[in-house]
Design a protein around this ligand. Sequence first.
Ligand SMILES: O=P(O)(O)OC[C@H]1O[C@](O)(CO)[C@@H](O)[C@@H]1O
Length: 428
Amino acid sequence: MHTDIGNALGGDPALTRDGLDELDADVATAHERIADGMADDAFGYTALNLPETADPDRIRNAVAPFADSEAVLTVGIGGSALGAATLCNGLESETDAYFLDNVDPEHTSRLLDSLDLSRTAVNVVSNSGTTAETLSNFLVVREAMADAGVDWAEQTFVTTGPEGNLRNLATKHDLPALDVPEGVPGRFSVLSTVGLAAAAIQGHDIEAVLAGAAEERDRLAGSLYDSPAYAYGATSYALAERGAVTNAFMPYAESLETFAEWFAQLWAESLGKDGRGQTPARALGATDQHSQLQLYRAGPRDKLVTLVRPTERADRGIPETDLEGLSYLGGQSLGTLLDAEFEATEASLTAANCPNVRIEIDRVDERGLGELLFGMEAACICYGELADLSTFTQPAVEWGKKAARGLLGGGEFAEAQAVRGKDRLVVE
Ligand SMILES: O=P(O)(O)OC[C@H]1O[C@](O)(CO)[C@@H](O)[C@@H]1O
């Protein structure tokens, strides 16, 4: 992963090289704490040890019974889906991958109706083993399989923690079960069983994902000028402290669109605390040049724009044309056009004083995705250290869970009362 922070300086919000140099002393301290946390396998920090502690053979052996599946259906939400989806949607495979990470009845029914359930491996993932959306979707999938005359227990494996409903279900039905590594919060678990199992069923080189991550780990150092991950984390933090409270995250590759979703959970759930944080706004290049760019260039001065691209990709030529005004495109390629759009957008942001950072990998392949995923995790942890935030918890999500559970008769919760007491001002 290459991080170019040149365009983050001298914009509005204003960050100077001196400001960054000053911050670098804090990055050295942050790195020490991170390295100590890794050495102690401390909660959260232990996620950065996964490039060496994850066991690809164990994962592959566990999913071997499903190797000839036509499709793999992952039932999970948040960190229990987005990491696997980033790998599966970022890489090509003969085996299709689907994700049930919402409880939209129409979508769930359409998806289940479209699948040959007898040829589909079901990967149920939940760290806590108690998440309502995941468990409900699993019950629906199991019923659909039974209705289709498919032995669901033959097609299903789970990835979960040591306790919880899902672990009990796996034990009761003797399902193959992978363990969520201890001390790894969901949004930091892509480089573990949680993110790698579905990718292994699709036949991806999960060792190469871990090797790319290990390369990025080896670049962690006591200065932001020596570590691409810390350069990104520290620069994002410094700009947020100066008013860039929105991070427009814009990959220039369709294969990285899900990666932007994964990044949004990582950044929002890790850094949104104590009234602080930086709001991730997902975008896609070049598409959102034609929807969002106006705002980035001419709207409030509250943004950092992160542009991500692979420097190598399979290309496709644009045919020569005699159409009026289009000759400049004829004979070029879509890749050349996309790169020109990337560089032009980057320069247009700088010309409008909008701070932006360039993140590049060689290719969107297993190694490249490993670098990006690890790099962004380390960047996030670095940001959390500099901001003195509790990066690895997400207490604010519990209120809504209690309210929903109370509304469904799953217990007495004050939060459910609050929902019932909603103020109404309906305009019809
Ligand atoms: O893996 P689990 O426990 O089902 O949780 C799913 C997701 O829900 C959250 O706990 C938020 O509600 C995320 O942190 C997590 O990634």
